[in-house]
Design a protein around this ligand. Structure first.
Ligand SMILES: Cc1cc2nc3c(=O)[nH]c(=O)nc-3n(C[C@H](O)[C@H](O)[C@H](O)COP(=O)(O)OP(=O)(O)OC[C@H]3O[C@@H](n4cnc5c(N)ncnc54)[C@H](O)[C@@H]3O)c2cc1C
Length: 462
């Protein structure tokens, strides 16, 4: 592969792109949140849309695979370099190009850190709702490519719901603008929605026009501790069938609670807690008492051990502490977590969690489940020792059955993490051949030479 020729052409191009290929840099960009590593040939740091255009055009000419990268916080191998690839890091394209509070929109470059978008919106009483846990460091380009979401998705939806339009460069090197700047628009196929969630396989997104909404003035946090998974999930189902839509509804199962208890001395969970829900509601200050009353009524049943309400920021942090410490706590159970994020209809959550417990017993594997229960979205973590071949084989068989059960219950394989390298072989379980063929056709149209993020999302053919 003529990489030196490609790099020389890049250096002499009208929009010269900064590229590094020293071993230290390559090591930093060789991984994402998965345990896998693949060293790229070089890392490019475009500073403007024109440089991305130049990069893609030359990559086509020299057939160089390009892998877009935000912060590398994805957990499915999406930003993992392909063999012999050049990583395109968007970290130098981090300008907020326009903030128009009156029209409630913001135009940002792909490398802007997500939390900055929300902070900027809040400075004028507005809100950018998508709130992935990684918001302090992940970048909007990565969020768009994965359709990221966080706890607030239960009321406000996902990244996709806040994109008015995009500027991008397709794999073929065509410069495109999609969507519009208005909240209504129906001109042609909806390429914006197609690119959101496309995991860097169709186009490199350089700019996004984001929709903002008025920020709620008040927020209340409740934590409900239950004596069983069933009691907690029955309460969750009741919450989601009454009129007050919470802006967060998080669940932790029995093993999550055990993990937190053993790792966090000041966990603050009452005796007998086997599962819990964290519920947040927001809105106008005068309306919160009504929401709290409705939620309290719904959360209360014979399995409830304790219901606490936070009255200030410190108490809010206390109620969230167990949930926020989970990622770290589960790492102590086994060296590797196979981290899935299935979704099932809310009314089937209880059945899914019971199934997961049975799988854990049957396959003798710790399975820790928690997540965004208000969306039916469970983070299912199979805790394994990667050097134990038999345990890994059991985990694989167990995982396949989990996916099959998820689909049998009317669910989907991924709520927010996407497919990447980790789930591509399972995609045909959910997507039938005619739709998969259409997806392959779209990929060929957008990226005829297959240079964008090869080996991701779509399964191998044949
Ligand atoms: C602690 C932690 C908490 C997390 N919590 C959540 C959560 O609550 N919700 C959630 O949804 N996810 C969560 N994630 C996963 C991850 O943060 C998200 O997927 C996030 O959107 C990735 O953003 P990134 O900037 O790190 O992208 P990367 O990981 O760098 O890239 C992700 C994908 O986007 C592509 N990409 C990046 N930039 C572009 C671009 N400009 N154009 C085209 N493609 C591009 C990459 O090629 C790759 O396929 C979490 C991860 C961690 C580590």
């Amino acid at each position: 592969m003529p990489l030196p020729d490609f790099l020389a052409a890049l250096a002499h191009a009208p929009a010269a792109v900064h590229v590094l290929s020293d071993p230290d840099t390559l090591a930093i960009y060789a991984c994402d949140e998965t345990p896998k590593r693949c060293t790229p040939r070089a890392v490019a740091f475009p500073r403007a849309h024109a440089e991305v255009l130049e990069l893609v055009r030359l990559a086509n000419a020299y057939r160089i695979p390009l892998v877009a990268r935000g912060a590398g916080s994805g957990n499915v191998g999406g930003a993992l370099p392909a063999p012999d690839s050049v990583v395109v890091s968007f970290e130098c394209m981090d300008a907020i190009l326009e903030f128009d509070p009156d029209n409630r929109l913001m135009v940002v470059e792909a490398g802007v850190v997500t939390e900055r978008i929300e902070q900027t919106a809040r400075s004028r009483g507005l809100m950018y709702p998508p709130d992935p846990g990684s918001a302090p460091y992940c970048r909007i380009g990565g969020n768009l490519a994965m359709n990221a979401a966080g706890p607030r998705a239960v009321k406000y939806g996902t990244t996709r719901d806040y994109v008015l339009g995009l500027r991008a460069v397709t794999g073929a090197g065509a410069e495109i603008r999609t969507g519009c700047r208005t909240t209504k628009g129906v001109t042609g196929y909806d390429l914006t929605r197609l690119l959101v969630g496309s995991e860097g396989t169709l186009a490199l997104i350089t700019e996004a026009t984001l929709r903002l909404i008025p920020a709620p003035r008040a927020l209340i946090t409740l934590r409900a501790c239950y004596n069983s998974n069933d009691a907690a999930l029955a309460a969750c189902a009741r919450v989601m069938t009454q009129p007050v839509i919470p802006c967060a509804l998080e669940f932790m199962d029995r093993l999550s609670i055990e993990a937190v208890r053993s790792q966090l001395p000041d966990h603050g969970l009452p005796q007998g807690t086997q599962a819990l829900l964290i519920i947040e509601a927001d809105g106008e200050t005068h309306d919160l008492p009504r929401q709290i009353a409705a939620l309290t009524n719904t959360l209360t049943d014979s399995g409830l051990i304790e219901l606490r309400e936070a009255h200030d920021a410190e108490e809010t942090r206390t109620l969230w502490r167990a949930r926020k410490s989970l990622s770290h706590a589960v790492k102590q159970i086994a060296p590797l977590k196979i981290n899935e994020d299935i979704v099932v209809p809310i009314m089937r959550l209880s059945e899914m969690v019971a199934f997961l417990e049975a799988q854990a017993r049957g396959y003798q594997l710790p399975i820790v489940s928690f997540g965004h229960a208000g969306n039916g979205n469970l983070h299912v973590n199979l805790m394994v020792r990667p050097d134990d071949a038999r345990e890994m084989a059991r985990a694989r068989a167990c995982l396949l059955e989990i996916f099959e059960k998820t689909l049998a219950l009317g669910g989907t394989l991924s709520g927010e993490h996407g497919i990447g390298t980790e789930k591509r072989e399972f995609l045909p379980l959910e997507i039938a051949p005619p739709a998969l063929d259409l997806m392959r056709g779209l990929k060929a149209l957008f990226d005829p030479n297959g240079i964008l993020n090869p080996g991701k999302l779509l399964p191998e053919t044949g």
